[in-house]
Design a protein. Structure first.
Length: 99
């Protein structure tokens, strides 16, 4: 997730590191920016796919890891507690496995 910073909001990459030509066209700058912070594992996969063509994908991820972002999709990866995770587990307890 990249975008303008506002006050203490650390969920976005400062625009000053994004070339002005690209800023308006970044996938996370649309009306659906909440997609990058969804609780739904399926929605997060959609956000990851939208990051694939982003010109600042690498910088976005490295910034998120440097700031230890608590959660969200950053640079095409799901980040939880400042670490990249392969997938987000759904809310609640895991399903019980039959013995």
């Amino acid at each position: 997730m990249c975008g303008p910073t506002s006050g203490a909001d650390s969920r976005v990459v400062p625009l000053e590191i994004i070339p002005p030509l690209y800023a308006a066209g970044l996938p996370c700058h649309g009306d659906d920016s909440a997609l990058w912070f969804s609780e739904s594992p399926a929605a997060l996969e959609v956000a990851k796919d939208r990051c694939l063509d982003c010109p600042v994908m690498r910088e976005c991820l490295s910034g998120a890891l440097a700031r230890s972002e608590p959660w969200g999709v950053w640079g095409g990866e799901i980040v939880e507690r400042g670490q990249v995770v392969s997938h987000k587990r759904g809310r609640g307890r895991p399903r019980r496995q039959a013995a």
